[in-house]
Design a protein. Structure first.
Length: 295
């Protein structure tokens, strides 16, 4: 159990490091960083799957596509949805939009709860209803202040649930499906790398990029592998509970990069953070109940 907890926290820390790391890769833009991340992470993920004997999942998916070519359309959809999230994650710190993306990750668990209720008919617990009510206060304040949420927040909050629902519908919600999603992003990654604004003169002017770019791939692969290992080592409830570590760290990175929470934003953030705290309490309650049953 302790090994799984350490692995999960390590994954969250590495994702936060990568969030900050993109700010060190100037003059690369968000598209080029996305391209390099994809190109460098895929080989590492492939090696991990070969060593962990998960590669058969990829072979199974290829066999399914041969039998039912229409499946490829669904896989292109999940690949595109994931690509947007990977790009946004690296683009936001470069453009002063880290807090907006972090807010999306705070709202994501609540969006997943509502997706389960609306799409799969899952019932909300009492604490989940309280969390939804708290989040509704924050959302309502933001709408009252600005008339809408930042588009970056909406992309994370709405995009990920659609991605997970489509993966489940296509039955690609496993490591093989993740590999295929990244593999299908290769054409975009190659295009962004070879057609980006970075020139040979830029690289000569910034020789540190020779080390920083490969290290980006190592950080990305390490975060992804740690995340996958944690999902296997931990009970599902505890794994979900520890996922709240990442958005907290992302807010810290955003503040470190010089972004600030304005006075008019606190009535948006505080109710949403309270909603997350309620979900954390429910998760702890669920884990304690499971432990008593096992005893």
């Amino acid at each position: 159990m302790s090994k799984g907890i350490v692995t999960s926290v390590t994954a969250s820390c590495l994702f936060a490091v990568m969030y900050f790391y993109s700010s060190l890769l100037a003059p690369l833009d968000g598209e080029e960083i996305f391209g390099w991340r994809t190109l460098l992470t895929l080989p590492c993920l492939t090696l991990f799957m070969l060593l962990s004997k998960d590669w058969q999942r990829v072979a199974e998916l290829f066999a399914r596509v041969r039998r039912s070519p229409a499946l490829l359309l669904g896989m292109l959809g999940t690949s595109w949805l994931m690509g947007v999230q990977l790009w946004l994650f690296l683009w936001a710190p470069l453009h002063g939009r880290s807090l907006e993306v972090s807010m999306g990750y705070f709202l994501l668990p609540l969006a997943m709860v509502m997706t389960g209720r609306l799409v799969y008919g899952e019932r909300l617990s009492r604490l989940q209803k309280v969390a939804v009510a708290c989040a509704a206060l924050g959302v309502g304040h933001e709408l009252y202040q600005h008339g809408s949420f930042a588009w970056e927040t909406l992309v994370v909050m709405i995009g990920y649930p659609i991605y997970f629902v489509l993966r489940r519908r296509c039955r690609t919600d496993h490591l093989g499906g993740l590999w295929c999603d990244m593999f299908l992003l290769l054409p975009w990654a190659l295009y962004f790398v070879f057609h980006g604004p970075l020139s040979a003169a830029d690289v000569r002017a910034h020789p540190g990029l020779y080390g920083l770019i490969p290290l980006l791939g190592a950080i990305s692969a390490g975060a992804l592998i740690a995340y996958v290992l944690a999902s296997r080592l931990l009970p599902f409830g505890l794994f979900g509970l520890l996922s709240y570590v990442e958005p907290v760290l992302l807010v810290g990175v955003a503040l470190l990069l010089g972004e600030t929470i304005g006075r008019d934003q606190w009535l948006t953030y505080l109710p949403i953070w309270a909603a997350v705290l309620v979900l954390v309490l429910e998760g702890i309650k669920h884990l304690l109940r499971q432990r008593r049953r096992s005893v």
